[in-house]
Design a protein around this ligand. Structure first.
Ligand code: PNS
Length: 161
């Protein structure tokens, strides 16, 4: 059997411990995990894409089957180009599930070979989001409980330089 691989896409603006938890769990299931920094047209970006990739790479150091890339187009197109047929997403709330279902259906219309699978967020990380981290950092609160230690200096510097 060939090696199994999945795409874990997101904005990662910035990476949080919630993201890292999903990446580690996906890395335990699949032979290879591609973490894709993609554009979410619903969100105005805060960190430049190159910085998001850099922070993810630092956070994923030591995870030998994880690779981080950036992509400017449609998720469905990326999966076709990389011959990936599984997308992994983390789900924290019922609201997440609704929007994820809509996204999964559209992606499957665009690439009928594609399956989206959900991993439930770990209970202690259910309240963690990149938008919450950005807000806390903006007002100088301690974000260390919510972000990977390797990304902390870059996130803090972005708000206090
Ligand atoms: O971390 P996010 O913001 O929830 O991730 C959403 C993301 C980036 C995965 C989604 O917006 C996406 O896939 N963007 C790429 C453009 C695309 O394919 N859109 C169609 C899916 S509805």
């Amino acid at each position: 059997m060939g090696k199994t691989q999945c795409l874990y896409p997101g904005s990662f603006d910035p990476v949080t411990l919630g993201h890292l938890d999903i990446i580690k769990r996906a890395a335990g299931i699949f032979d290879r995990v591609v973490v894709g920094v993609l554009h979410n047209p619903e969100k105005k970006g805060c960190f430049p894409v190159e910085k998001r990739v850099e922070m993810l790479e630092k956070a994923c150091e030591g995870l030998t089957n994880v690779r981080v890339i950036a992509y400017g187009g449609l998720l469905a197109q990326l999966t076709k180009e990389m011959n990936i047929s599984v997308v992994v997403r983390g789900v924290r709330t019922m609201a997440d599930l609704e929007s994820e279902n809509a996204m999964a259906r559209i992606n499957r219309q665009l690439n009928p070979r594609l399956e989206t699978i959900y991993l439930p967020a770990s209970p202690e990380l259910c309240q963690v989001s990149a938008s919450m981290v950005r807000q806390l950092a903006q007002f100088g609160a301690d974000i260390s409980p919510y972000v990977p230690a390797q990304a902390l200096p870059d996130i803090t510097a972005a708000f206090h330089s």
